[in-house]
Ligand binder design. Structure first.
Ligand code: EPU
Length: 429
């Protein structure tokens, strides 16, 4: 298993290109199941999760072709995927695959909408909490699917197609909203989705579906209306930039000090996080090239933050902010309201010298003068990258183990940070 070695203490300066968003790419790839024609996705990040989803779709009979190199392109350009679900040969998504990536459960919606049936393994728990799928099942049931649960599989059937209906989510859910939109796109009649998630990735997927011929309005607001159509066609779509990768590198710069342009980043995708960074003492300047983040010499100020659905501060940046606050000049408080168990990074940050108290969903972080490098590991993607951020400011050497978590969601992390002056390398093994 690869590891990453970091020696802290170097400021960052230069440019970091921001990749396409993982959490838009995954549902966009899944949306390809809705059509027999080719969906072309540009700006797709090179991530382990994208490769895994390719395998999962392949099992349903989907062909995914990765576009070759083009003149003038560098590794900073995203990939182009040509995805064709002309013939769906299998409507089962097996446990061995779904258990490796929760988002693959979402295939249930396009499969039942287009094929009239789907048999998808329940994903099970994961490192950040129990993460049930009851609301996803409720959404397709509201559109007329008959649901059975048998041997750990959810079996959805709608032999005569889905019918438009009203879906009211009792809790904001990103996966529930994606599922509802995809199912409703091919349903007979109109669907209204209330209390929908407003994450930018929802609007990005809806944009793509509309290019494919869907009739979706209101995506990006909490009320989405979908007029079902009989069939969808092909389209070409450019994946929006990754706001979590943007926020992560912004926090890395705030931690290490320096001045970095986050190229292609879009400030409106992470306004809440940028405000928190400014309160903490970082300078944030947006331009048509991206977002520039700088901190030169000033101390970090403590902050109080509660995670909540978009447009509030995202849970996917909670661990990174906590790492940053370990070095603040005072006591910070972070409340996690989305996932009940998303504090796996706390004990590892403590190993680097952080002072953090946990009480239910609230973490109190007392800033310290110095962190010290140590071997660490984490059990999820965002927790792992928070350890990288802490290591950038720690004295001496930190070895981050289990790098495969990072590879699920960060493209060439060591290369992007290394080019800005960090002492960071991947140790193969
Ligand atoms: N929930 C239910 N029942 C459901 C579905 C969700 O109770 O049927 C609960 C969850 O347990 C959680 C809350 O609702 O407490 C919100 O979960 P949501 O459904 O929004 O999360 P998700 O769709 O499973 C996506 C992202 C996550 C991100 C969350 C929240 C993707 C592929 N995943 O997950 O990203 O944390 O939304 O914004 O889009 C990550 O990238 O590291 C990651 C975990």
């Amino acid at each position: 298993m690869d590891r990453i070695r970091i020696v802290g203490g170097r400021p960052l300066s230069g440019t970091i290109p921001i990749s396409g968003a993982k959490n838009a790419t995954l549902p966009l790839m899944i949306a390809s199941l809705l059509t027999g024609e080719t969906l072309v996705l540009d700006n797709v990040p090179r991530l382990a999760d994208v490769g895994l989803l390719q395998r999962i779709l392949g099992n349903h009979g989907v062909d995914v072709m990765v576009g070759g190199k083009r003149a003038g392109e560098t590794a900073d350009h995203g990939q182009t995927l040509h995805i064709s679900a002309a013939h769906i040969v299998d409507t089962t998504a097996p446990y061995e695959l779904v258990s490796k990536m929760r988002a693959s459960f979402w295939v249930i919606a396009p499969l039942v909408a287009r094929m009239g049936e789907a048999r998808v393994s329940m994903p099970g728990g994961c490192a950040i909490g129990t993460r049930p799928v009851d609301l996803l099942i409720m959404a397709i049931e509201r559109l007329g699917a008959k649901i059975d649960i048998e041997g750990g599989y959810v079996i959805a059937q709608a032999p005569h197609g889905l019918k438009g209906g009203e879906i009211v989510f009792p809790k904001v859910t990103v996966g529930g909203t994606h599922t509802a939109i995809m199912a409703a796109a091919l349903a007979n009649g109109t669907t209204v989705i209330e209390n929908a998630a407003r994450e930018p990735e929802i609007a990005d997927v809806a944009d793509c579906l509309n290019k494919m011929g869907a009739r979706i309005s209101g995506a990006g607001t909490s009320r989405i209306v979908v007029e079902g159509v009989a069939r969808l066609g092909g389209a070409r779509h450019n994946v929006l930039p990754d706001r979590i990768e943007t926020g992560t590198y912004a926090m890395a710069v705030a931690m290490a000090g320096g001045d970095v342009l986050l190229q292609n980043a879009r400030p409106e995708l992470l306004q809440a996080a940028l405000e928190v960074l400014q309160m903490a003492g970082a300078a944030v300047v947006s331009s048509n090239q991206g977002i520039r983040i700088a901190r030169n010499g000033s101390a970090l100020a403590p902050v109080e933050v509660t995670t909540a659905p978009f447009p509030a501060f995202p849970t996917d940046l909670q661990a990174q902010l906590m790492a940053l606050m370990t070095r603040a000049n005072g006591t910070s408080c972070i409340v996690e309201t989305i996932f009940e168990n998303r504090f796996m990074h706390v004990q590892e940050l403590v190993r680097l010298g952080a002072r953090i108290q946990l009480e239910g969903e609230k973490a109190t972080i007392e800033g310290v003068e110095r962190l010290q490098g140590a071997p660490v590991m984490a059990t999820d993607l965002r927790a792992s990258v928070s350890l990288v951020i802490a290591a950038l400011a720690a004295e001496g050497e930190t070895i981050v183990n289990r790098v495969y978590h990072l590879d699920r969601g960060f493209e060439r992390l060591e290369d992007k940070l290394g080019r800005c002056g960090a002492t960071i390398e991947r140790l193969a093994g």
